[in-house]
Design a protein around this ligand. Sequence first.
Ligand code: GTP
Ligand code: MG
Length: 195
Amino acid sequence: FAGNNSDFLKGVVAMDGLPPSDRIEVCFAGRSNVGKSSLINALTGRTRLARASNTPGRTQEINFFTLADSHYLVDLPGYGFANAPLPVIEKWQKLLKQYLSGRASLRRAFVLIDTRHGVKSVDEEIMSLLDSSAVTFQVVLTKADKVKVSDREKVLEQVRKALSKHPAAYPEIVLTSSEKGDGIATLRSIVATLD
Ligand code: GTP
Ligand code: MG
């Protein structure tokens, strides 16, 4: 990346708030608490850029971050947060659908899956939404530091099996730990090579 300057640009609550699609854009989707904000912090090397928290559903807006002068990193609201009121959930689902299907500069969606938990039904739903939106997506396993190396192959196999059913899936799975730094350089270079 040219320079390594990252910054928070804006939080968006409706389609008309989106910044112009003038940069390469990638988004991060995943269940509440899976580690989306932490991953964005690890990728940008700024520990408090995206707010990470123990409270699931903390990220309520579509948050845009700049990476170098060329990319947007987009932190999507966590899904599967059952405690939110239904109208709030429905509003977000609508916005998410609109964003995923209507964003010309969106090059790839990273679907984050907790290495301890594997693919859940809400993850399957988002993958199907990405299929129908024709957005290539790639699975990033998070919190790998919490799973023994010997137990990782089982979850990888479960994810591979799930991916085989999704035409928009990119086959390579990236194992990461935002805490320990595993996989972060790999993911950064994947983002850097998208054009
Ligand atoms: P929402 O915005 O609520 O959807 O959550 P999020 O997906 O942005 O998760 P966030 O980054 O806020 O992380 C949730 C919790 O998991 C925090 O307590 C983080 O410190 C922790 N966490 C995130 N990544 C890792 C990791 O790689 N390893 C470990 N051990 N903990 C992590
Ligand atoms: Mg978050």
